[in-house]
Design a protein around this ligand. Structure first.
Ligand SMILES: Cc1cc2nc3c(=O)[nH]c(=O)nc-3n(C[C@H](O)[C@H](O)[C@H](O)COP(=O)(O)OP(=O)(O)OC[C@H]3O[C@@H](n4cnc5c(N)ncnc54)[C@H](O)[C@@H]3O)c2cc1C
Length: 476
């Protein structure tokens, strides 16, 4: 074993010894070096990268997280926060001799302030569990990524979902945080108020920081009133441009639509098969949801129907019952698994581009050319109301297959960036998007980000190698 690897192993051993002796008596059930547990924490979804953590520590409180980071900071041992592991850009893949710090046991709801429409939760709670538990209050939390993600992980990736077009992303829905810094120090950011003009916005700094600046243990969230009625419809189009034009006009006209999602014919074919959607054809399809008081919903529906008609839509099919509606949205959330089912032996790699909505049609035209030239199958779907879409590149699960998919991804991202877009609307950077950051942000902005990282995590123990490519650091 090389000398530096031996010393890394010794430092890790020192951390585990410290944790076993200084933490709570239940800690034995909180530290695992079992191969199966390490394997579960060695990778996220979709990406090929993986590396076994040396140990997995299951935190049960903010104090546990603080103790782990104090020990790791002292011994320079890397720590990777792990929520549910649903991220898709290699975010949770640990470096060698690292600890994976699993927050999924921290599932408490600490406060629900129904009259102020906010709540405070522990970071390991999932949004599905939060919504089930606060159902009786008439409130809900709207950010809905497809996976069964934790709210801490969603903060860390600045996640969004189908409802972002109406309610915004995690960025707009987090009021404050409890964060454990690299040294183990615990801080509070933000608060309960809807706005404040004091100080630097540390909450926004941690939202989207992918576990590289601190570990989030509690989240203060905005809640929203459940709408009086919900109404969902599907409209198919012979031509993808007509569908994109319809979505664009809905947003430009200011129709407060709850969701508007696109599937192209290849994705629609996959979802019809996988989710047993009856009565639909493999055509470009828009899924709509309208919400509000009955009169307001009717107004939105009328305005949307007029736009659909003007853009050659083939008419609305309504999902009348709650069951039909949830079947439709489940089919949308299961789109990744539907694409995977097209070839169960293959790997599915999701791209995630966003452009100003008026450029979406131009981008998709170019992406189709790239898909055709690649010879790969790549269903396309998107949160089209935000200008954000994914291609699910289906490729052979071999190094050559991955390289081919990566080439296609690079071309798609280059097109989005050339149209003043971003290489990720919602999935984040992790390891997968590192190469694009300089083009997107510029060298100067990246050097400031590196200076921030160095200040907050001087020994680079927090999720090293993610979010920031190496390079010059702003010196002032
Ligand atoms: C089928 C499918 C559909 C998806 N659809 C969407 C979608 O529509 N929109 C979307 O945004 N994403 C989507 N995703 C991606 C994924 O669900 C999100 O990135 C999600 O926010 C990750 O949450 P998690 O709890 O699984 O975090 P993890 O995967 O466990 O972690 C993600 C990152 O956050 C860090 N982290 C985790 N917890 C904490 C914490 N408490 N404090 C600090 N850092 C932490 C980790 O170190 C890592 O860098 C989808 C994924 C799948 C598999």
């Amino acid at each position: 074993m090389p000398e530096n690897a031996a010393s890394a192993a010794e430092r890790l051993h020192a951390v585990l010894t410290t944790l076993r002796t200084t933490l709570r008596t239940t800690l034995d059930t909180q530290i695992s070096t079992a191969p199966s547990v390490r394997e579960e924490h060695s990778h996220g979804e979709a990406m090929n990268a993986s590396c076994l953590p040396a140990a997995v520590v299951f935190a049960e409180s903010t104090e546990d997280v603080s103790a782990v980071l104090r020990a790791c900071h002292a011994q320079r041992v890397p720590v990777v926060a792990f929520g549910a592991g649903t991220s898709v850009e290699g975010h949770v893949v640990p470096p060698e001799h690292a600890i994976s710090l699993d927050l999924s046991r921290m599932t408490g709801i600490l406060a629900v302030n129904a009259e102020d429409l906010d709540c405070r939760v522990q970071a390991g709670l999932t949004r599905q569990s939060l919504n089930a538990q606060i159902r009786d209050t008439g409130l809900f939390f709207p950010v809905d990524p497809g996976g069964e993600a934790t709210l801490g992980g969603m903060c860390a990736t600045r996640a969004s979902g189908t409802a972002a077009v109406r309610y915004g992303t995690m960025k707009e829905n987090v009021l404050g945080l409890t964060v454990v810094l690299a040294t183990g120090e615990i801080i509070q950011t933000g608060g309960r108020v809807r706005k404040s003009s004091t100080g630097y916005d540390l909450t926004s700094l941690f939202v989207g920081s992918e576990g590289t600046l601190g570990i989030i243990t509690e989240v203060q969230l905005k809640l929203h009133g459940r709408p009086e009625i919900l109404s969902a419809a599907v409209c198919q189009f012979e031509n993808l441009h007509d569908a994109v034009q319809t979505a664009m006009e809905i947003i430009q006209c200011g129709i407060p639509i709850n969701r508007v999602e696109l599937m192209d014919p290849v994705q629609m074919q996959a979802s019809i098969q996988f989710s047993k959607l009856e009565g639909y054809r493999p055509l470009t399809t828009l899924f709509f949801e309208f919400a509000g008081a009955p009169a307001a919903v009717q107004e939105q529906v009328n305005a949307t129907e007029a736009l659909v008609e003007a853009n050659n839509g083939l008419g609305f099919a309504w999902a009348e019952s709650a069951e039909d509606r949830s079947r439709l949205w489940k089919a949308r959330h299961d789109a990744f698994w539907a694409a995977k089912a097209l070839d169960p032996q293959a790997r599915v790699i999701s791209t995630d581009c966003i452009v100003p909505i008026s450029r979406l049609g131009t981008l998709i035209d170019g992406v189709y050319e790239d898909i055709k030239a690649s010879g790969l199958r790549a269903p396309l779907l998107g949160h089209v109301g935000d200008g954000n879409f994914h291609t699910l590149i289906i490729t052979e699960d071999t190094p050559e297959g991955h390289a081919q998919a990566w080439e296609l991804d690079k071309k798609i991202v280059a097109r989005a960036l050339a149209l003043e877009g971003s290489c990720s609307g919602e999935h984040g950077v992790g390891m997968g998007k590192l190469d694009f950051l300089e083009t997107e942000h510029g060298a100067g902005a990246l050097s400031v980000m590196r200076a921030l990282k160095n200040t907050m995590d001087p020994h680079h123990i927090l999720n090293p190698g993610k979010l920031l490519p190496t390079g010059p650091v702003y010196q002032g």
